[in-house]
Design a protein around this ligand. Structure first.
Ligand SMILES: C[S@@+](CC[C@H](N)C(=O)[O-])C[C@H]1O[C@@H](n2cnc3c(N)ncnc32)[C@H](O)[C@@H]1O
Length: 320
């Protein structure tokens, strides 16, 4: 999945910076508080004592549950399903052009089968999220978009025409008890504690709930009246995407955090500039910053040039 703000190309940079600051990792609790697709939390799960991962979006929760907490795989061939002319078919294939009709019917059929199997206890919670995460990634591969779901392409692109394969979403096994949450970071932070807090909030105005709305629709499995050309549902507006709210939200979050080491990923073209972040973070302890140049994920060939500087802001909190 091409996820906006994914840190998959920055893992080594993050690990090196964290290790330099923290030292030994294997007795530490690591929290990935804005986990998205769980790339960072999953990378650290074999290196630390425990990972806590969280994201406010339901689709992201399904993904991180599977990638970080899960320990049970399921044979996807056992999931009996038929093609179904359901909600996705009617609203995002027949109307709108997000999926081919055949693929949409398959998504509806599989979603129904997953729910039924869980309700009648044929699969447990781990297997449920294994199936759901697998469905999300399988559907995303054949989505008729440029990568996000804000709009669809007029004509079905090559991948969207191909038959959707239901591909298992594997995870790295771990014998540790990791935790996953689906909460607003600013609320969750009041209830958790640990050693290393990794923050990767959105850095611009693009709300994830809009950009990935169809993934939420698949996970939530509820009926609603899709709005407008893109078929949006109601969505969560993150304070981190709002110029007027972001400083206050970040300040409150760092103030509340019961973690000694806090790392914040943020790019040079974000809502907050480097100086504003330094001002907030240095209130709470000794502050430093590391830089990394990289090529950002681009939504389309037409979008702005992809060169950005990623900052990793670090604060070692006083009194922890
Ligand atoms: C830059 S992305 C994280 C990307 C992630 N590190 C990865 O590699 O996949 C930011 C994430 O923050 C989540 N988010 C936005 N506001 C939030 C909030 N208030 N609380 C928790 N998560 C939030 C979004 O849903 C999104 O997945």
């Amino acid at each position: 999945m091409n996820y906006i703000g994914s840190k998959k190309h920055l893992l080594h940079f993050i690990e090196t910076t964290v290790k330099k600051e923290v030292g030994v990792l294997d007795n530490k609790i690591f929290c990935d508080l804005f986990a998205g697709t769980g790339t960072v939390g999953a990378y650290f799960k074999t290196k630390v004592k425990k990972v806590i991962a969280n994201d406010i979006e339901p689709y992201a929760y399904a993904i991180i549950y599977n990638k970080i907490k899960n320990s049970t795989v399921y044979d996807l061939n056992k999931l009996e399903h038929e093609h179904k002319e359901g909600f996705i078919y009617k609203n995002y294939a027949l109307k709108r052009n997000y999926f081919s009709k055949e693929n949409a019917k398959k998504i509806d059929g599989l979603r129904e089968a997953i729910e039924k199997s869980f309700t009648c206890k044929k699969i447990n919670k781990d297997e449920y999220y294994y199936c759901l995460a697998s469905l999300l990634f399988s559907a995303d591969r054949v989505a008729n978009t440029t990568g996000v779901y804000g709009s669809f392409l007029k004509k079905l692109k090559f991948m969207a025409k191909s038959k959707m394969k239901f591909i298992a979403q594997e995870f790295e096994p771990s014998d540790k008890q990791h935790e996953v949450y689906n909460q607003n970071a600013n609320e969750l932070i009041k209830t958790i504690e640990g050693d290393i807090l990794y923050l990767d909030p959105p850095y611009n105005h693009r709300q994830y709930g809009l950009n990935y709305h169809i993934l939420n629709t698949i996970v939530k499995n509820e009926l609603f009246k899709p709005r407008g050309k893109s078929g949006f549902d109601d969505y969560i507006r993150s304070d981190y995407c709002r110029t007027t709210k972001v400083e206050e939200a970040l300040d409150a979050l760092i103030g509340e955090a019961k973690f000694k080491y806090i790392f914040l990923s943020y790019s040079n073209d974000g809502i907050l500039d480097k100086i504003a972040i330094k001002k907030i973070m240095s209130k709470y302890g000794s502050y430093s910053v590391k830089e990394f140049d990289h090529i950002r994920y681009r939504v389309s060939q037409k979008s702005r040039k992809g060169h950005v500087v990623e900052y990793l802001h670090v604060v070692k909190k006083d009194g922890m």
